[in-house]
Design a binder for this molecule. Structure first.
Ligand code: ATP
Ligand code: MG
Ligand code: MG
Length: 383
């Protein structure tokens, strides 16, 4: 194989390209914007026509094998590409990940518990909701991310109003669960069924967006971690998954583990692996795509990852019409074990993922201490 192709040119595509180039591959990015994070990477070839038949054909002309960084790539586009080239993950599998109802059904079929839920497509479905599902969270079945397309509802009246607010699109109502912790497990599975995983990640979300990831997970006991890794493996095997797959889990107040959702690609919570593990999630993506051997990644450093959202590019005191500015990275880079990753996005917006910082250290406490210093310097809420 000479050239690896990726659908989408965001930060996940950029980091895939970094890993592919390190292993000597050329890369092709299907993305209309040459100044996108992946498009900006030197020698990434940008195929400009996006997702139409001509664009897909050009990608298949250029690339010997194709993956995606973009969760909502039309599954049909992946199926079409697969007629010409190896594609991983497969369109049918990505389609399961794109639909919360199919995703939850797959968790159940894999013997992994998830929140009780009810699919709402019609007014009659609304009326049939079991009272035990309230209070709950109404989520659009498709296309939601970073907590977008979600409404918290406490009773039937709020549920009906929220569904109308979401334009009556198919939604899943999930029972509101008492969360003690959030974690994620990233697995990579090869075409021959080999399976490896990254260490269990403990995640903190703020306003529906991942804010902080810590490895090793400080507050999740060994038995629960082992259960999460086993569950993630079953979910991947049952899908005959090829590529990198992330499963998000909750630990409930009573200690039970439930699956939340999955992403058919490397995940924000795995970005630490570039700096903390001997094989990163992006290298795993390259290896699975290129049919190279997998090896179990080893965590060589404790790590804390802080997401850098666009809010940091605006002076908090200056209000809504604040001018964009670049944070001062010098005091951050002076801290031990700082790994600054900026995605090269052309402009900042509040809530937009602009980059991340990973702090690596010889002990969990040291990684946490220095990450807290960085958070204080940048004006990120402590954790
Ligand atoms: P992502 O950007 O991770 O794809 P998303 O928009 O798909 O996010 P979810 O992961 O489903 O959204 O939910 C976002 C957050 O909302 C979760 O990380 C969790 O903090 C909270 N949450 C989601 N579902 C539930 C639930 N059933 N009970 C309690 N909290 C929940
Ligand atoms: Mg999601
Ligand atoms: Mg999520």
């Amino acid at each position: 194989l000479a050239t690896l192709g990726v659908m989408g040119g965001g930060q996940l595509g950029r980091m895939f390209v970094h890993a592919a180039q390190q292993l000597g591959f050329r890369t092709a990015v299907l993305e209309p914007d040459a100044t996108s994070p992946a498009g900006l990477v030197a020698h990434a070839h940008v195929v400009s026509d996006y997702l139409d038949a001509a664009g897909l054909d050009r990608l298949a002309d250029e690339a010997d094998a194709i993956t995606t960084e973009f969760e909502n790539v039309p599954a049909q586009a992946l199926r079409q590409l697969a007629l010409r080239r190896p594609v991983a993950p497969a369109g049918d599998v990505v389609a399961v990940c794109q639909d919360r109802a199919a995703e939850k059904a797959h968790f159940a079929a894999s013997g992994v518990p998830c929140a009780r839920n009810h699919l709402i497509e019609t007014e009659a479905d609304l009326a049939a909701v079991d009272a035990a599902l309230l209070p709950g969270i109404l989520k659009t079945a498709r296309l939601g991310y970073d907590g977008k397309g979600q409404r918290r509802v406490s009773d039937r009246a709020e549920l009906a109003a929220a569904w109308r607010e979401l334009q009556g699109v198919p939604c899943l109502l999930e029972q509101m669960l008492p969360l003690a912790q959030e974690l994620s497990v990233i697995v990579a599975r090869s075409a021959t069924g080999e399976l490896v995983h990254l260490p269990v990640q403990q995640n903190l979300h703020r306003d529906g967006i991942l804010a902080v990831t810590v490895v090793p997970a400080p507050d999740i006991d060994a038995a629960t971690q082992a259960e999460a890794v086993a569950a993630a493996g079953r979910i991947a095997h049952e899908l005959a998954y090829v590529g990198v797959l992330c499963i998000e889990f909750f630990v409930l107040a009573d200690g039970r583990l439930v699956a939340n959702e999955m992403a058919p690609r490397p995940h924000n919570s795995g970005h630490h692996s570039v700096d903390s593990c001997d094989i990163s999630q992006f290298e795993l993506q390259v290896r699975t795509l290129a049919g190279l051997p997998l090896a179990e990644p080893r965590l060589h450093s404790s790590a804390v990852m802080l997401n850098l959202l666009g809010d940091l590019w605006f002076d908090a005191a200056a209000g809504a019409d604040a001018a964009e500015r670049t944070p001062d990275w010098r005091p951050i880079l002076a801290l031990p074990g700082a790994h600054l990753h900026l995605y090269g996005k052309q402009s900042a917006r509040r809530g937009r993922k602009m980059g991340h910082l990973t702090f690596t250290a010889a002990s969990p406490q040291a990684a946490r201490d220095v990450a807290l210093q960085a958070a204080a310097l940048l004006g990120i809420e402590p954790f």
